[in-house]
Design a protein around this ligand. Structure first.
Ligand SMILES: *[C@@H]1O[C@H](CO)[C@@H](O)[C@H](O)[C@H]1NC(C)=O
Ligand SMILES: *[C@@H]1O[C@H](CO)[C@@H](O)[C@H](O)[C@H]1NC(C)=O
Ligand SMILES: *[C@@H]1O[C@H](CO)[C@@H](O)[C@H](O)[C@H]1NC(C)=O
Length: 706
């Protein structure tokens, strides 16, 4: 049996390899480079957060299968391959199941999150175009060994190459990083020069028919409307103008290339105007919703944010939507655009120099949009200590990322006398006290500090990021490191330690380490209470369920990575922090009962999730750490510990200042001696309050954790 099927397999492959493309095929193969618009799943096989190989992605694909395509169904490149008679689906090159006949009719090398600017792929750990070209080179040698050199170059010279990139450069990289060095004029020059050298290399490798897509109207994708479109979520004109500028430059470079090499059929394909016209005249195509994606709230969810937990609020009929998630079009929108291209350019049209294709373009995933998530995890082994989570445990990771939630300036750290900046307090934070108590070290460094040495890593670090939360949307809104970002960092940490001390020792270290997680308060205070996105779809209990489910997913991931001792902070009495008193406590600035009730509701869901997890993982110690009651009792009985002020922070007026609002200019008003205050700023306790709380926690839970 085995031999027979093997024989059939071999025969089949041989036949496949010899088969010429269907009679009406315009091109022997279609080869694709670029970003998530044209990535059919390469990102499934690399380490990146820009993935979508899970439900509800692929919901309308054959078998409802999430293939890694950033849509509910097929991509425009699949539809083009079908229409041009090449094949029904254009596969991802990294798919290990590909056979030689799949290769012969074309593949996609695209990777969601990449751009012309190499920095773009770096930000998303996607495959940059240089990697995609390397993959193309190894593809060529596979083809050569299967069908010979001559036939390979014949196939290449007749195949259609599609390049779709540039939107992530504008939407992500420029806005987050490059803006500090470049204005938009010089940045578009830079990206176009990267594009030009990529296209020249492609020509050098034998491509002769190339369609280069324009950037889409990026300012009109749902997430850009949310972030930059004001209260009415209009298209962001700034992003659209940047796309237009980029397009004018790339189209003239493409023209120049086609003149430079007469045998190079290279064509600029405008998708900006076709997509904009779809957005402006939705009814003509039966669309009802243009400014939101189908997935989740539709305002912000993409990639990891668009997942099963959002199913309840995901739309049921994606064909009424232009956008599937907050960045990527639906299959239906892709279909309309692909068929517009095919109508305009039937057989052989890529041999004509003028081609006005219409393709929908969306920027890829942006892991770095903006988030208010707080996730604090600290890990302590008698020798090692890690922290993950939010500002309660962040010793300065936010110094190194593009967020406004920072505090690496005076008067923060006033009582640390300049040692290590970035803690959200006047002095040490709980991470430090825990590490100190167990004799690990005095100050826990932020993992992102570039000056860390191996010894620092081996005694533990913090991955926490101020303003993050369990709900990924919270981190996104604040541009903080989300739980999944922190997990990725933790994975990077593990591989660094492995290369230093070996696999076995690393596993032992990780399994003995104590990991502390503190998160959830920013979900309540900065997301659910403050902003409409979640409240529109969840009531109090449903939101508590959602965040607790996210917490559980996060903890499971840590267990998967080998962590065995995990302490999870409850939410604090968030309604009693000075800013919540100011915002929700009425004229007397009482504790906001609403916020406290949300915290209690969340805590009850969190603790029952944790009970479930400890049963599921009996060899782990996963412990719920109540900080709600200890902090409340501190607030109710301040004199017992020498506190005099409970309802205001030390910094500034004490009623609202936090992060950038608590700065040098406030120094005249800032209290002189923080040790009689429970709160340092309007959100975070003083070093003294942290010290009292941490020692209570250690006394109560140490034996259960270690
Ligand atoms: C090519 O043939 C297939 C199958 O016969 C057909 O579905 C498709 O429309 C044809 N394409 C063109 C461009 O003629
Ligand atoms: C929250 O979860 C609990 C337990 O799974 C469930 O009984 C309850 O119906 C959920 N509440 C809402 C509003 O979804
Ligand atoms: C602040 O007050 C505490 C207690 O009143 C005192 O022990 C401490 O020395 C004071 N610190 C400074 C810097 O004055």
């Amino acid at each position: 049996m085995f031999t027979l099927s093997l024989l059939i397999l071999i025969l089949f492959h041989t036949v496949g390899a010899a088969t010429t493309p269907p009679k009406n095929a315009t091109f022997p193969a279609i080869i694709v480079f670029g970003d998530s618009i044209v990535d059919p799943g390469n990102n499934n096989y690399i380490i990146t957060l820009a993935k979508c190989d899970f439900s509800p992605y692929g919901r309308d694909f054959e078998g409802g299968k999430p293939t890694g395509r950033f849509s509910n169904g097929k991509l425009a490149t699949d539809l083009l391959a079908e229409a041009y008679g090449v094949k029904e689906l254009l596969p991802a090159y990294l798919d290990p199941n590909l056979q030689i006949e799949d290769l012969l009719t074309g593949v996609s090398f695209a990777s969601g999150g990449s751009g012309y600017d190499p920095l773009t792929a770096k930000l998303e750990t996607a495959l940059p175009l240089s990697d995609q070209l390397d993959m193309f080179r190894s593809y060529l040698s596979k083809l050569k060994s299967a069908v010979g050199e001559e036939k390979t170059s014949a196939i290449m010279s007749k195949s259609l190459f599609i390049v779709f990139s540039g939107s992530n450069d504008i939407a992500q990289t420029y806005n987050l990083i490059r803006r500090a060095q470049y204005d938009i004029e010089s940045y578009t020059d830079l990206t176009v020069s990267f594009a030009l050298s990529f296209l020249q290399e492609l020509y050098g490798l034998g491509a002769r028919k190339v369609g280069v897509f324009s950037a889409p109207p990026i300012g009109c994708v749902p997430s850009q409307r949310t972030i930059r479109g004001g209260i009415e979520r209009k298209c962001s004109q700034k992003e659209n103008q940047a796309a237009i500028l980029f397009n004018s430059k790339i189209s003239s470079k493409v023209d120049a290339l086609s003149k430079q090499f007469p045998d190079f059929r290279i064509v600029y394909l405008d998708v900006f105007n076709p997509l904009l016209s779809l957005i402006k005249n939705p009814a003509r195509y039966g669309f009802e919703v243009v400014n939101k994606g189908c997935c989740g709230t539709g305002n912000i969810e993409v990639s990891l944010l668009c997942n099963r937990l959002e199913d309840a609020i995901t739309c049921t009929d994606a064909s009424k939507y232009i956008f599937w998630d907050s960045f990527h079009p639906t299959e239906k929108a892709y279909k309309i655009i692909a068929s517009q291209i095919v109508q305009k350019h039937t057989k052989g049209s890529f041999t004509s120099a003028k081609l006005n294709a219409v393709v929908d373009v969306e920027p890829t995933i942006s892991v770095f949009l903006a988030c208010f998530l707080t996730l604090d995890v600290e890990s302590i082994v008698i020798k090692i200590f890690y922290a993950l989570g939010d500002s309660i445990l962040d010793p300065g990771n936010n110094n190194y990322i593009a967020t406004i939630v920072k505090c690496n300036f005076s008067p923060y750290g006033r009582d640390l006398k300049g040692r290590r900046k970035g803690r959200f307090s006047n002095g040490k934070i709980p991470a430090d006290f825990v590490a100190e108590y167990y004799g690990v070290k005095e100050l826990v460094p932020p993992y992102l500090d570039p000056s860390l040495q191996l010894q620092d890593l081996l005694t533990g670090v913090s991955f926490a990021s101020g303003a993050s939360g369990y709900d990924p949307l919270t981190s996104k809104l604040a541009s903080a490191l989300s739980p999944s970002d922190q997990l990725e960092l933790f994975k990077g940490y593990i591989s660094k330690v492995k290369s230093a001390v070996g696999e076995e020792k690393t596993a032992a270290i990780v399994s003995k380490s104590l990991c502390l997680i503190s998160s959830g308060s920013d979900d309540i205070a900065n997301n659910y209470e403050l902003l409409p996105f979640r409240r529109a779809h969840y009531d109090d209990e449903a939101y508590a369920n959602l965040t607790a489910s996210y917490a559980s997913v996060f903890i499971k991931e840590l267990v998967k990575l080998g962590v065995r001792k995990i302490g999870v902070f409850s939410a604090p009495p968030i309604g009693c922090v000075p800013s919540q008193r100011t915002l929700g406590g009425g004229i007397d600035r009482e504790c906001s009962q609403k916020a406290n009730n949300l915290a209690k509701l969340f805590n009850s869901k969190l603790s029952s999730q944790i009970d479930g997890l400890s049963k599921e993982f009996p060899d782990s110690r996963i412990v719920y750490l109540d900080v709600y009651n200890p902090l409340l009792s501190l607030i109710k009985n301040p004199a017992k510990n020498g506190f005099e002020v409970v309802n205001k922070g030390c910094c500034g007026t004490g009623v609202i200042e936090v992060s950038v609002l608590c700065n040098k200019l406030e120094e005249a008003k800032t209290c002189k001696n923080a040790s009689n205050h429970i709160f340092w700023d309007s959100y975070h306790p003083t070093e003294k309050a942290y010290k009292i709380l941490t020692s209570q926690l250690i006394n109560k839970y140490s034996s259960r954790l270690l």
